[in-house]
Ligand binder design. Structure first.
Ligand code: ARG
Length: 718
C-alpha cells in the first residue's frame, strides 16, 4: 500500500517538470525546463556545467564528426573518439589492399603515424541564441509596411532573411574564425543563431578491425543483444594559435576548452545516463498524411536497394579488394534499408498511424472549441494533407529514380569530369589540354572505390527495375522504345564503348579533346538522366507552400495545446541533450533483455564461416586468459555494450553517454528493432539506445590494440 502511494505521489510531483527518457532537449533551456527532473533522476551536474557560453562546459567536448555523426574529445591534446561506423569511410579511404586498416585495424604508435584524412572536419558549438523575437519583429514590420502590396508575404520573408543576415554578420565580426548560421525549429516557429568553429585537420589515430568494430554486421545492426566494438579514434589539429587551420605538418594538437573524464566505475540498472549529441532528423511533428507518404517512399527504396545490395554483396563476398572498395557504399545503403524495414514493421506492431490519427482528431476537437484557435489552426491538417497529395506522385517518381537510375555509378564520373573540366578551363581559359589533364586528375579518386563489373550488373538490374515500376510517361529516352528495348544489350554496349570505365581508358582518350569526350555514350546518358530528373522534380513542389504553411501552424497549435507539458523540437542536426537511465527491457511477453552484454556473447556468436561473425584470434586469447586488465566488471567478466532509455536518432552515432557526474561511460551507436518507429513516437517501454561500454573501448585500444600509451593523455577515474 505504502509503495503504491509513493509511486502515485512521485508521478504527480513529476508532472510539471520534464519527463525523463523522451526528449531531445535544447541546451539553452535546460535550466528552465529540465533541471529538476534531471536532479530527481540523480544527475549531479547543473545545467550550467553542461552548457554555458561564459565558461567551459561539457558541450565544449562534443563535436559534429564529419557529415553526420557526433564525436567527443577525451584528452586536452585533441584526442577524439567516435563510432567505428562514423570513422568508416575515412578509414576505408586510407586503406589499400596492402594496408587494409578497415579489415585489420590500425593504431598509430606515435603522432607521426597519425594519418591525415582529407575532407574530414569536426565542428565545435560555441553558442546558440534564440533570435525568434528579432526575426518576428522584422516580419511584423514588413507586413505593416507592405500591407497594400500584392507581394506582401514574399516581402515579409525577404525582410526576415535580411534580419537574419544582419545577425549573422554581427556574430561573425564578434567571433573571428567562426561560422554562423540561423536555424529554424518547430517547423519555422522558433529561430536560433548558432555559432560554430570548424576544424579541418583531423587525423586517424586508430580503430579495431572490422571483425570487432562492425562485429555482427548487417545481421545485428539495429538490434539487441549486441556485441559490437563500435568505436574509432582521431585527433584534431589546429594552427599554433589553437585556431582552425588547413592541414599542415606544422599544425599542433588542438587544446579543447573541455575534454571528458572517463569513468571505469561501471554501470548499474537505474543509473542516471545522459547523451549530448547531434540527432539528425525526427518526425514527431508530422501528420498522418506525411507519415503515410514516408512509408510509401520507404517501399520504393527498400525494393530498389534489395536488388542493388544483393549484387553488391555477391561481388564483395568473392573478392576482398571489391569488399574494401564498396564497404562504405554498402553499409550506407544497407543501414537505411534495414531501418525502413524495421520502421514499417514497428508502424504496424505499434499502430503508429492509428495513434497519430487519434492525436490529430483530439487536437482538432481542441481547436474547434474556440474561435481564435479555429482561425489560427483550423485548416492546418487539411493544408498539409492537400500539399502532400499534390506532391505525392512526383515524390514517388523522384524516389524511384534516385534509388535506381541515379545509382549508375558511371554517371558520377562523367558528371565530375565535365564539372572539373569547366572549372579548370575558367581558371586557365583557352588551355583545354591542361584542363583535360586537371579533370582527369580530379576523377582519379572515383576509381579508388569503383569496380566496373559490379556497376555494369547493378546498372542493368536497376534500369530494368525502373522500367517495371515507373509510370509510362516517365520513360527514359535511351534512343529506343524504352518499354521493349533490350536493356542488357544497352548497358553492355554502354560499358563496352565508354571511355569512362577505367582511368586507363580515360587517360588514353584525353588527346581526343573535350568535344569528342562529350560524345561518349555515358555523357549522353548523363544528359538524358538529368533532363528526366528535372522534369520529375518539377512535380514535387506544387504542394510545398501548403505543407510549409500547414506545418508551421500545426506545430504552433500543438505547442499551445500541450503548453503545460515541456516540449522539444524535432531533431535538426543541432546539439541536444537527452537524459534517462540505464535500463533493460522486455521485447515480448515473458522475455527480458538484460541491460548489458559481455564478451561471452562475442564468443557465443562466433562463426568463422560467416564474415560478419568472425572473432580475431587475439581477442579469443585474451578471453581464454580472462586478461581484461582494469576493464573487467566486479565479477571478472568483460562488459561490451549496454542499454539506456535515452532518446536518440541517426546523427547521435558516436555521442558520449555520460553518468551523473558527466563522466564518459560509453558511446551511443544504435537503436533497437522493437521501436524502429521511435523517430515518430517515442516508446518509453520499448525504446532503447544501444551503447558500447567505454571499458570495452579502452580494453580494445590497450590490451588488444597495444596502444595503451594513449591512456596517458586521458583523464580516467576508477
Ligand atoms: N544503425 C546504426 C545507426 O544508424 C548504424 C550502424 C552501422 N553498422 C552497420 N552494420 N551498418 O545509427
Amino acid at each position: 500500500m505504502k509503495k503504491i502511494f509513493c509511486t502515485i505521489a512521485a508521478a504527480v510531483l513529476l508532472i510539471p517538470g520534464a519527463r525523463a527518457d523522451e526528449g531531445m532537449w535544447l541546451l539553452p533551456l535546460l535550466q528552465e525546463i529540465n533541471a529538476d527532473a534531471m536532479k530527481d533522476l540523480g544527475c549531479r551536474l547543473t545545467p550550467d556545467q553542461i552548457y554555458s557560453i561564459n565558461h567551459s562546459s561539457l558541450k565544449d567536448a562534443v563535436v559534429v564528426f564529419g557529415g553526420g555523426c557526433t564525436g567527443e574529445l577525451i584528452s586536452n591534446q585533441g584526442l577524439l573518439v567516435t563510432n567505428h561506423h562514423c570513422g568508416y569511410s575515412s578509414i576505408q579511404g586510407l586503406s589499400t589492399d596492402e594496408h587494409n586498416y578497415l579489415e585489420d585495424g590500425y593504431w598509430a604508435m606515435s603522432r607521426e603515424q597519425e594519418l591525415p584524412v582529407e575532407g574530414l572536419s569536426v565542428t565545435f558549438l560555441k553558442s546558440m541564441t534564440d533570435v525568434t523575437d528579432i526575426l518576428d519583429a522584422a516580419r511584423r514590420e514588413a507586413l505593416e509596411q507592405y500591407a497594400d502590396s500584392a507581394n506582401v508575404s514574399k516581402l515579409a520573408e525577404k525582410a526576415v532573411e535580411a534580419a537574419a543576415d544582419r545577425l549573422k554578420k554581427t556574430a561573425e565580426q564578434e567571433n573571428p574564425h567562426a561560422t554562423v548560421t540561423v536555424r529554424s525549429f518547430y517547423n519555422n516557429n522558433v529561430y536560433y543563431l548558432i555559432v560554430n568553429k570548424v576544424y579541418r585537420d583531423v587525423r586517424f589515430v586508430g580503430a579495431p578491425p572490422a571483425s570487432i568494430g562492425k562485429f555482427g554486421g548487417e545481421t545485428d545492426n539495429w538490434m539487441w543483444p549486441r556485441h559490437t566494438g563500435d568505436f574509432s579514434m582521431f585527433r584534431v589539429y589546429a594552427g599554433k594559435d589553437n585556431e582552425p587551420a588547413r592541414y599542415s605538418k606544422d599544425n599542433v594538437p588542438y587544446v579543447p576548452a573541455r575534454s571528458l573524464t572517463i569513468s571505469l566505475k561501471g554501470i548499474n540498472e537505474g543509473d542516471f545516463a545522459m547523451i549530448l549529441g547531434y540527432p539528425g532528423r525526427t518526425q514527431r511533428f508530422q501528420t498522418e498524411a506525411q507519415l503515410q507518404q514516408m512509408m510509401d517512399l520507404h517501399d520504393i527504396s527498400i525494393a530498389a536497394r534489395t536488388i542493388r545490395q544483393d549484387i553488391m554483396w555477391k561481388h564483395m563476398e568473392s573478392d576482398p579488394s571489391v569488399r574494401l572498395k564498396y564497404a562504405s557504399k554498402y553499409a550506407g545503403s544497407s543501414n537505411g534499408r534495414k531501418k525502413w524495414i524495421g520502421q514499417k514493421k514497428a508502424f504496424k506492431d505499434l499502430r503508429v498511424l492509428e495513434r497519430e490519427r487519434q492525436k490529430e482528431a483530439d487536437f482538432y476537437q481542441w481547436v474547434l472549441k474556440n474561435k481564435e484557435r479555429k482561425e489560427k489552426y483550423g485548416t492546418a491538417l487539411q493544408e498539409i494533407a492537400d500539399g502532400v497529395a499534390a506532391n505525392r506522385d512526383g515524390e514517388k517518381a523522384v524516389q524511384l529514380f534516385g534509388e535506381t537510375v541515379f545509382n549508375i555509378e558511371l554517371l558520377d564520373v562523367a558528371g565530375a569530369f565535365a564539372g572539373a573540366f569547366r572549372q579548370a578551363l575558367t581558371a586557365v581559359p583557352g588551355d583545354s589540354a591542361e584542363a583535360l589533364q586537371d579533370a582527369y586528375q580530379a576523377c582519379l579518386a572515383f576509381y579508388d572505390d569503383y569496380y566496373e563489373p559490379l556497376d555494369r550488373e547493378v546498372s542493368a538490374a536497376l534500369l530494368k527495375h525502373y522500367r517495371d515500376q515507373a509510370r509510362p510517361e516517365n520513360a527514359l529516352d535511351l534512343g529506343g522504345n524504352f518499354a521493349t528495348m533490350d536493356l542488357d544489350a544497352f548497358v553492355n554496349k554502354l560499358f563496352d564503348e565508354s571511355r569512362f570505365t577505367s582511368p586507363e581508358k580515360l587517360k588514353a582518350a584525353l588527346p581526343e579533346g573535350f568535344a569528342r569526350l562529350r560524345q561518349d555514350p555515358v555523357v549522353k546518358l548523363y544528359n538524358t538522366v538529368y533532363e528526366t530528373l528535372m522534369k520529375l522534380s518539377a512535380e514535387t513542389s506544387a504542394g510545398d507552400e501548403k505543407i510549409a504553411k500547414g506545418s508551421k501552424s500545426f506545430a504552433a497549435g500543438l505547442m499551445e495545446w500541450k503548453k503545460k507539458e515541456p516540449s522539444y523540437p524535432d531533431a535538426n542536426s543541432t546539439m541536444r541533450l537527452t537524459y534517462g537511465t540505464v535500463k533493460s527491457y522486455s521485447p515480448q511477453d515473458a522475455l527480458t533483455y538484460r541491460y548489458y552484454s559481455t564478451i561471452y556473447g562475442v564468443i557465443e556468436k562466433e562463426d568463422p564461416d560467416n564474415y560478419e561473425f568472425r572473432v580475431p584470434k587475439k581477442l579469443k586469447e585474451l578471453y581464454v586468459a580472462r586478461d581484461y586488465g582494469p576493464y573487467a566488471m566486479a565479477d571478472g567478466n568483460l562488459p561490451v555494450c549496454f542499454l539506456t532509455n535515452n532518446d536518440i536518432t541517426g546523427g547521435n552515432s558516436g555521442s558520449p553517454v555520460l553518468n551523473a557526474d558527466g563522466h564518459l561511460i560509453g558511446l551511443a551507436f544504435d537503436g533497437n528493432w522493437e521501436s524502429m518507429s521511435g523517430d515518430v513516437i517515442f516508446e518509453p517501454e520499448l525504446q532503447r539506445c544501444i551503447c558500447v561500454d567505454i571499458r570495452y573501448v579502452l580494453f580494445l585500444m590497450d590490451k588488444f590494440g597495444g596502444a595503451g600509451y594513449l591512456l596517458k593523455e586521458m583523464n580516467i577515474v576508477k
